[in-house]
Structures are given as structure tokens and as C-alpha cells.
Design a protein around this ligand. Structure first.
Ligand code: ADP
Length: 592
């Protein structure tokens, strides 16, 4: 800006003295050589312009003044914020020469004021222009008030203006974080969380033109589990899978290898910025009229105890620098997602615990109730049987032996034995009676439900659960509750038999196949086995080798299977473990 020598107070014309008393900009205007400018020397500027400048330069509030048809632009010290690198040398130049992009965006509104002479207020107006050395997204609240000359014609515009960019963007980011908290609240699993995460983040395409969440077991491949702004999966430009061993030394060949670049960034464990085109092609544009130039890759702190790791890949607004506020926002987003995932994990664990407890409770309750009532029923004839047997022995040992009494005692023994037999038959009939609820059932689903109940218990004991299913199975007619009870019992027995195993990988395999007359369900384990014990002994009521065992599970299970017209057996496996087999007849083949 060419400056004239500093005028002394004495040489400054009286009508320009306000410039000396005003802010820095006033003194600059006064010392500036205006000869080659449209307005000519400052002393000859229109009195109305001086009036307006006097008002603005004496204010601490930001002001901009547009003068004449060329929109010669002035601002006060506080207003210099809106001109960045153009201050002060561009003072007095046409707006178009100073900020052509802003001039283009504002032109229609300015034209209206110039034409109608009416004041207008704009709140939080989005303007994208080059305030500094790059195009940037700004929000401004300003009023255009016409400056009228003595003839009532509009000769300029006076603009009080405030920059609301920090407020608008701050509120926008806070809303995203708030939405995330409320809308993912009801998610109880990773899948549900991802389902609510995507639409929630998609609502802020300004700060997150696109994003992707990757998840995977530690040291295993990561999968793309949630995304927005990338188009439809699998056409989404980002890799669907990233092997963590894909990272490594930077590849200078310029080859497009997004998985490699992302893996390297993820392995660094901190927020890393990559060129957008190096990881996704074409780079999705989203709501902006330009595509993001960069992406941020951030680790998400995994929930405590999680074996999974998570990473966020976020497209960066092409009209914002990734400054501290932006990084803080992404950091908070990652923290909040981490917390949400931790809550999901806590919920999944609690649900799994509850399921395991329920399975064990179901078993204990059913077995316990039955065992108590059976013990009670059978106990009476058994007690009588023992008393009479002792009496019989006593009568026989007497001298002379009292054969009459001994025979009477022996008859009572037979009668008590029959009674006990009747009780057992009654129990079987009770089980058969329950068969009235049998219907054609999908045995696979029924068995699957029992597996679901023990899955967590198996995981907790590091037991691999495998399932082998024949492609087609004959229809069966069963009481699904009872069959589930049987399966639950077999699976829990197998889990218990595996708990002492230390020298091999623990495994249970559930096999379902068609047999000559129905369906065969086999539960194989590689647990402790039953040694030299006769396998049939396992099915005896009250036979147990467990300190807390009831010894009734297999006996009851066999009763259930036999009541369905099936068979049940146990066999030792080589080199370790047991196979328990159940055969159920195809529908129409067993007794009803
Ligand atoms: P409980 O489980 O209460 O002992 P069960 O009737 O279910 O009663 O089982 C009887 C016994 O059969 C068990 O105590 C155990 O000794 C043996 N048993 C059952 N299943 C298995 C198995 N998968 N591996 C080894 N032994 C088993």
C-alpha cells in the first residue's frame, strides 16, 4: 500500500481529522496515496462516505463498507478479520478484486439492496471464499444497510458483521456427538451399534463427507462393519477387508493399494492423515462441490478386555483444515464410539452370563424337582422293602426259623417292589403323557436353540463347538422342549467332562445325520471319558461321579428319547472322550 509521508495535525484538513483519532485503519487511509484509485485523493471523497467511515472507524464492532457501483470496499480494524491476508493493502479496492469468490456469492444479495434500498439481515450465512490462502467454509451474520445520498439514491452499503463460523460448526459437531449418544443407546451388539451409527454420522456430511468403521480380532483381518457416504457396499471404494500384515514400508511405486496404506496408518496407533485418493477411488464428493483431499485414520480405544480392535476412517471436509478443533471432534467421536462398543460388549457379556445361568438353572430346576418327587415316591416302598427284608432275615435266623412270618415278610417285599415299579412306570407315563405336545418339528432349529444356550459356557471354558449337519434330514415329530432338555443335558455333561482337560484343544462336535429309520443326533467330546465303566451304567438313575451331581440327567434323557420311540446309548471314543447318541424315528414311525 503506497503511503504518503505522515501528515502533521496542522496539515490535515479539518474534515479528515477524524481519521487520525480513529483506529489503525483510519490512519492508514489518511496516509495512503489515493491518486491512482477510482475515488481519487481522500480529501475529495464524498462527504457521505466520510460520514459512514467516521461511524465505522470509531467502532469496536466489525464493519465493512461497500461504496459505489464497483463496491469499493473498506473495513475497520475489527472487520480486518474477514479479509485475512488482504488486509490492509486491499482497502479501497473493488470487492471483486479482493475476494472474487465471496463477491460472486454475495452479488445477488448486494444487487438487491442497491436496487431496493431496503436493509436486510442474514443470519449464519454460509460463504465459501479465500480469506487466507485456501477456500474455506465460513458462517457470517450480517446486515446490509443502504447508504443514501442527498437525492435518496443508494450509493453504498454499510455492513455490521460477525463471524459465527466457530459457533455454527461447533453446534453441528456437538449435535453429531449428541445424536450418536442417543441413537446408539438401545444397541446391544456390534451389529446393532453399526446399524444405528451409520445413519447418525451420515447426518453430518459436512464434517464427515464419508466415514468407515473397521473391526476385527487383534492380529486378524479387519472388516468394514459400518460406513456412510461411500455408496453401496460392496461397490464402496474403500477395501472391505484389511489384513494387518498388509502394512509395512511405504510403497513409493504410486500403485493404488488402499489396504496397504490403511494397514500402515492403523498400525501406527495414532491419528494419521492420508491423501484421500490414495485410499478410495473415486473419492466420494458428498454434499460439497469438491471431493475431500484427505482422510483421517484413527484408532478407537477398544473396550477393556475386548479381543477386537476398531478403526475409524473419516473423509475430511475439503473446505476446512484439519485443525485442532477438527482433530478434537474426531477424537471425541472415536472415544464415544469406543464407549458405545464397550457398553455393547458389557451388555453381550451380561446377556451371555444370564443365558448360561438360565441353562444351568433350567437343568437344575427340572432335574431337582423331578429328583425330589421321585426320591420321595420311591423312598417309601424302598424303606418298607429294607425293613421287610431285615425282618425276613431275622425270622429265618430264629431258632427254629419262623417260616410263616418270613414268607409274610417276603410277600410284603414283593408288594413293595411292585409299588416301586409302579412309581417308576408312573413317571414314564407322566413323560409319555407330556408327549401330547409333540408336533412335526424342525429338529435342527430345536437343537440349535440348545447350542445357543451353552455357547457362552463353552467359550468360557475355551471349548470349540462344531456342528456337522446332513444336507437333508427326515421330518420328526417331537416335543421340542423335552428334546432341548435332552440336548442341554448332553452338552453340559460334555462341557463338564472337558473342564479338566489341559493337554489338548477341547472340543464338542454335534452331528445330525439321517439313519435307516430316522434321525441320529450324536454329541462327541474329547473329554475325560468314563474309563472302564460299563456305558449302560451311565443311564442308571442316581449314578453320578460328580460331587454335586444328581445322577439323573442321562436316565431322564433316555426316558424322554425312548418315550419318543427312539434309542439312546453311550460309547467311548478313541483316544479320548465319549459319544452319546440319540436316535429319533422319522415322523410316523415311532409310537405316539
Ligand atoms: P450327572 O451329570 O448329574 O452326574 P448324568 O446322568 O447326566 O448325571 O450323568 C451320569 C454320569 O455319567 C456322570 O456323573 C458322568 O460320570 C457320566 N457322564 C455323562 N456324560 C459324560 C461325558 N460326556 N463324558 C464322561 N462321562 C460322562
Amino acid at each position: 500500500m503506497p503511503l504518503l509521508p505522515s501528515p502533521s495535525a496542522a496539515t490535515t484538513p479539518a474534515h479528515l481529522r477524524y481519521l487520525e483519532d480513529a483506529d489503525d485503519v483510519g490512519r492508514l487511509l489518511l496516509r495512503h496515496d489515493w491518486h491512482d484509485y477510482a475515488l481519487g485523493p481522500i480529501a475529495h471523497w464524498p462527504p457521505r462516505l466520510h460520514e459512514v467511515l467516521k461511524l465505522c472507524l470509531n467502532s469496536n464492532f466489525p464493519y465493512i463498507v461497500y461504496w459505489g457501483p464497483q463496491l469499493l470496499t473498506f473495513w475497520n480494524s475489527a472487520g480486518s478479520l474477514f479479509f485475512g491476508g488482504q488486509h490492509p493493502h486491499a482497502l479501497g479496492l473493488p470487492l471483486h478484486d479482493i475476494q472474487s469468490d465471496a463477491a460472486r456469492a454475495l452479488a445477488p444479495r448486494i444487487a438487491q439492496v442497491l436496487k431496493n434500498g431496503l436493509a436486510v439481515l442474514f443470519e449464519d450465512m454460509q460463504v465459501i471464499y479465500r480469506r487466507n490462502d485456501y477456500e474455506e467454509e465460513f458462517y457470517e451474520t450480517f446486515s446490509y444497510s443502504p447508504i443514501l445520498n442527498d437525492d435518496g439514491q443508494v450509493t453504498g452499503i454499510i455492513t455490521p458483521i460477525i463471524d459465527t463460523t466457530a459457533h455454527v460448526i461447533g453446534v453441528r459437531r456437538l449435535r453429531t456427538l449428541g445424536d450418536l449418544a442417543t441413537q446408539t443407546r438401545s444397541a446391544h451388539s456390534l451389529a446393532q451399534y453399526c446399524e444405528s451409527l451409520s445413519p447418525c454420522l451420515a447426518r453430518n456430511p459436512y464434517d464427515l463427507p464419508f466415514f468407515a468403521l473397521y473391526a476385527g480380532q487383534t492380529d486378524a483381518a479387519l472388516r468394514l462393519v459400518a460406513q456412510a457416504g461411500l455408496g453401496e457396499v460392496p461397490e464402496a471404494g474403500l477395501p472391505l477387508q484389511i489384513g494387518m500384515d498388509q502394512g509395512g514400508a511405504p510403497d513409493d511405486s504410486g500403485r493404488f493399494d488402499p489396504a496397504h496404506r490403511l494397514a500402515t496408518a492403523m498400525a501406527s496407533g495414532q491419528l494419521t492423515v492420508l491423501a484421500a485418493a490414495s485410499v478410495v477411488q473415486p473419492v466420494p464428493q458428498g454434499v460439497w462441490d469438491a471431493a475431500p483431499r484427505s482422510v483421517a485414520v484413527l484408532p478407537i480405544r477398544a473396550p477393556a478386555g475386548a479381543e477386537q480392535q476398531f478403526f475409524l476412517v473419516a473423509g475430511i471436509n475439503p473446505y476446512k483444515l484439519l485443525d485442532r478443533d477438527y482433530r478434537d471432534f474426531l477424537g471425541m467421536l472415536a472415544t464415544q464410539i469406543g464407549r458405545g462398543l464397550a457398553d455393547c460388549r458389557a451388555f453381550e457379556e451380561a446377556a451371555a452370563r444370564a443365558r448360561a445361568e438360565l441353562a444351568s438353572l433350567m437343568r437344575r430346576t427340572t432335574m431337582g424337582e423331578l429328583a425330589t418327587s421321585i426320591a420321595h415316591e420311591v423312598n417309601q416302598p424302598l424303606a418298607a422293602l429294607v425293613i421287610d427284608a431285615n425282618a425276613c432275615l431275622r425270622w429265618l435266623a430264629a431258632t427254629p426259623p419262623n417260616l410263616e412270618e418270613a414268607q409274610a415278610a417276603a410277600r410284603r417285599i414283593v408288594s413293595s417292589g411292585r409299588h416301586a415299579g409302579n412309581v417308576v412306570r408312573g413317571i414314564r407315563e407322566f413323560l409319555n403323557g407330556a408327549a401330547s405336545t409333540r408336533r412335526h418339528s424342525n429338529l435342527v432349529e430345536c437343537v440349535w436353540a440348545s447350542l445357543g444356550l451353552v455357547r457362552t459356557e463353552a467359550l468360557r471354558h475355551d471349548i470349540g463347538l462344531r456342528v456337522r449337519l446332513a444336507a437333508t434330514l427326515p421330518q420328526v415329530c417331537v416335543d421340542t422342549t423335552q428334546i432341548q432338555q435332552v440336548m442341554l443335558n448332553l452338552l453340559l455333561n460334555a462341557i463338564e467332562a472337558l473342564q479338566q482337560v489341559r493337554d489338548r484343544a477341547r472340543s464338542i462336535t454335534l452331528e445330525m445325520c439321517a439313519s435307516a429309520d430316522g434321525v441320529q443326533i450324536l454329541v462327541h467330546d474329547n473329554g475325560s471319558g468314563f474309563g472302564a465303566t460299563d456305558p449302560e451304567r451311565l443311564f442308571d438313575a442316581f449314578y453320578t461321579t460328580k460331587p454335586e451331581g444328581l445322577g439323573f440327567g442321562l436316565s431322564l434323557s433316555r426316558s424322554i428319547i425312548e418315550a419318543h420311540g427312539g434309542r439312546m446309548y453311550a460309547a467311548a471314543r478313541q483316544p479320548h472322550g465319549v459319544t452319546i447318541g440319540c436316535m429319533l424315528p422319522a415322523a410316523g414311525e415311532g409310537p405316539r
